[in-house]
Design a protein around this ligand. Sequence first.
Ligand code: GLA
Length: 415
Amino acid sequence: MRIILSLISFALFQCAFAQKFEGLAMTPPMGWNSWNTFATNINAKLVMEIADDMVKSGMKDAGYSYIVLDDGWMAKERDPKTGNLVPDPEKFPDGLEPVVEYVHSKGLKFGLYNCAGTKTCAGYPGTRGYEYQDARWYASMRIDYLKYDWCYTEGINAKEAYATMSNAIKVAGRPIIFSLCEWGSNDPWEWAAPVGHLWRVSGDIYNCFDCIKNWGSWNSWGVTHIIDLRKNIRQFAGPDHWNDFDMMEVGHGMSNNEDRAHFSMWCMLASPLIAGNDLREMKQETIDILTNKEAIAINQDKLGVQAYLYQQKDSIDTWVKPLANGELAICFMNRSKTEQPLNFDWKMSILSDTVSKTTYDFSKINYTIKNIWGNGTMTMAQKSKQRKLPDTSEPIRLNIPGHDVVLLRLKPVVQ
Ligand code: GLA
């Protein structure tokens, strides 16, 4: 009898805390978010154009599906009669429905932003005290993704606030991806897996490779700073619950090499791939980066293991991401502004990982190597060998351009 009662209470406990709609993000979500480029300058026409260009550019075919409107989509006040949120009538003269309908008609999904506090970060109505009402309203608008921020939350417990909203979404009944955005302030990786599908791990990204932008009372972070900040929480990420390294800055002011390094690292880190650039004005180089199917396959690998930092030597960081079927991805990131030589002797390197319980021993198994971007200059010594397929039987010698990566996919050679 006792055992049965304990089993029942365990099941009830699980129900009470397993709030989210499960299985919506078995691989990291891919999409676009308005904030990095447009801040609050958003409107219906922009959303429709972005949807068109997500399809035309090949991004939809490459796997991107969510179009998320960040802060600034609302009117300054709730509807005084119903208390419902109101889309800004100037930005969305016909309401949100036709916009959502348009996005859905393109085979894409639609997302919105709000905040756990009394106001959003840009001062629009927050959700505090309206959780169940707002969730019902989102379900009625047929949204598919909610980013939930953390401004104006003085005195609130993060775990409770996010659990409440997660539960409200569940009760409203429409499967919605729940994206926590409390900047890693309350260690969400330790408690948010049953509540949401992804959680931000840092303050806001800034469109530079390694700078810190000081805004007075807060900073935003260049790409390498976010990577460095959170290299020790990889054991908390996995299918349906991801560490979110923030919306990307690819195509938004960095050099092509830096964009490639940034994108490759977000793929390696199994971060959600949420573009933040203006899809209507993309250079071909930007499209080529954002739609590189082999880089994306590394991000979307079904094992869902976040890469680990194997070694930091001179200015080159070596990251390893175990993949399904005994394969792996390796990313050599050159932090220096100038080209640097890489000399990596596979046979001297045993790559062991306690999180994924994988070991790659190149002295025992030979792997073929695919250079995903085809970049990095091979040294003459290696060129002269003229082997058909590069493999791990001998060291790899490459020059990596400044602020760039060489991204490799390795596959075991079956004897
Ligand atoms: C916070 C978030 C950003 C963005 C803005 C909107 O800073 O971290 O990603 O949503 O709010 O105001």
